[in-house]
Structure formats: C-alpha cells, structure tokens
Design a protein around this ligand. Structure first.
Ligand SMILES: Nc1ncnc2c1ncn2[C@@H]1O[C@H](COP(=O)(O)OP(=O)(O)OP(=O)(O)O)[C@@H](O)[C@H]1O
Ligand SMILES: [Mg+2]
Length: 266
C-alpha cells in the first residue's frame, strides 16, 4: 500500500547549520504518528517542509505517492486543500472573530458566504465540544485551552485527510492536556484522517500515537509502537521519554554524564 505521507532522505540546512540530515519517515493512511525530539532538533522544520513552507535542499516528500518537493506554491492547492494544521502557537487571527477563524479556509478559498461559514464553524466547534456562544468572540478573549480548541476546530473544519499538530498541548494544565489529546484522537478517528503530531509531552504520545518517531540530530533514530516504546532499552529513547538530564543525548553540543553532572536541589 502506498504511504499517505512518505519522507525520504530529507536534507535542510540554514547557512552552515544542518538541521535535517536525512530524514526518513512513512505515515500510513489513517495512522497517527507522533514525532518527539528535543528543542531545536528540527521537528517544526520537518513539518514546514511537508507543508511546503520551507524547501529542503534534497530528498523526497510524497503525499499519496505524488512528489510534492519542488512543486510550485501555486500548483500545490490540491495538496494544501487536503491538509489541516494546528500551529505551535495556535496562530488564530486576533482581528477576526472565532467563526471567521474557524471557517477561514472556506471563506478565503471557496468564497463561502456568512451564513454557511457560521454553520460550518458551529459544526467544527461542536466537534471540539464548544458551543455557538463563542462564534462572535475575539480569540484574544479566550483562555489558553479554549484557544487551542478553537485552533483545533479550524484545523478540522474542512474535514481534511491529513492533519498536523505542532505542540498541541504545550502550556496547558494536565486536565486540559488530557482533553486536547482525546479531542485530537477522536476527531482524527471520526474523520478517518491521517495525523502527524509533534510534541514533548509523553502523555500525548500514550494517548494518540499509533507510531512514535524520535528525531535527533536531524535524523529519525528510532520509531515504533507505544508498546515497543515502553519496552525499548534504547538509551536515547529512554533518556528522552524519562526526561533524564544525563545520558547519550547532546544538549547544545554537550553530552551530560551522570557522574559529572552537578544537579542542584530543585
Ligand atoms: N527560518 C529559519 N532560519 C534559520 N534557522 C532556522 C529557521 N527555522 C528553524 N531554524 C533553526 O532550525 C533548528 C530547528 O528548529 P525547529 O523550530 O525545527 O526546532 P523544534 O524541534 O521544532 O524545536 P521546539 O521543540 O523548541 O519547537 C533550530 O536551530 C532553529 O534555530
Ligand atoms: Mg517546534
């Protein structure tokens, strides 16, 4: 079967800084893949490359078996139309009310009228368990958790085949984190969507991942199911999932050994 998304040997650098150094990753149709990795490891760069917002120097990014790398922006509409995205910071437009944010693509691309757009927004908000009383509010007046949920509603509003989530739970309390994780899982299942989620949050991994991939130094160095993850004795993976300060992972070029680490009292 053709993978829904297939990245092979992706290289991306900024100046002399090699961020992606041969990324290989496949996502099957309907699968939920979670990408983990330290800050600055290139997770967002990888995602932006798939979205066509950044252009890797080499490699291949296929969606439904079709090469997308090197396809000009104006010829990507059919790809972009099947993708929903929840950005790292929510990225709602504060100048627009909630309904215009949620129905943004339909209004912008399809010229949908106000009545239909409001209906679409009501439906999408309902999927993330929010009511129509939010429609005319400004995003600035929403709490962090609400903001994420409205962002999620926008990501799923056009019923995309592929949905990307960049750090969907960052900055949320544990209860709201759980709510968002379950909404992501349920919305994706209802739509039958293929999803890729980037996170630091192991509760997200456990709640939503069919497959987890660890990005380190520009490469996917481990991938497997949640059971394989729990059972793995891979030292990189263990350091990462247990949040240990010492181990094989280099932080900003430095590797911290247990014996030499000077941990102060927290
Ligand atoms: N447009 C850009 N120009 C120059 N450097 C960039 C650009 N975008 C990203 N980088 C660099 O690429 C590296 C990877 O960044 P990226 O945002 O992908 O990290 P990340 O894994 O998403 O981290 P975080 O978990 O903190 O979000 C960083 O060193 C960053 O400074
Ligand atoms: Mg990021």
């Amino acid at each position: 079967m053709t993978a829904k998304i297939a990245l092979s040997d992706i290289h991306k650098s900024f100046g002399s800084k090699d961020v992606l150094r041969g990324v290989n990753l496949e996502v099957e149709t309907g699968q939920s893949v979670v990408v983990i990795g330290g800050s600055g490891s290139g997770k967002s760069v990888m995602l932006k490359s798939i979205l066509g917002l950044l252009t890797p120097e080499s490699g291949s990014i296929k969606i439904d078996g079709q090469e997308t790398l090197g396809v000009a922006r104006r010829h990507r509409a059919h790809i972009d139309n099947q993708i929903g995205m929840l950005f790292q910071n929510g990225a709602l437009f504060d100048s627009l009310p909630v309904w215009k944010n949620v129905a943004f693509r339909a209004i912008q691309n399809d010229g949908m009228g106000e009545a239909d757009a409001r209906d679409l927004a009501v439906d999408a908000l309902k999927r993330v368990e929010l009511g129509p009383e939010l429609l005319d509010l400004s995003p600035a007046s929403l709490s962090g958790g609400m903001h994420k949920r409205v962002g999620l509603a926008r990501a799923i509003a056009s019923k995309p085949e592929i949905i990307f989530f960049d750090e969907p739970t960052t900055g949320l309390d544990p209860i709201m984190t759980d709510v968002i994780n379950h909404l992501i899982r349920d919305c994706a299942r209802e739509l039958g969507a293929t999803t890729m989620t980037i996170t630091h949050d192991m509760t997200s991994v456990r709640a939503i991942a069919d497959k987890t991939a660890l990005l380190y130094k520009g490469e996917i160095i481990w991938q497997g199911t949640t059971e394989q993850l729990e059972a793995s004795d891979d030292p990189f993976l263990n350091q990462f999932i247990n949040g240990l300060p010492y181990g094989p992972i280099e932080v900003e070029g430095q590797r911290i050994e247990a014996a030499s680490s000077q941990m102060g009292a927290e």
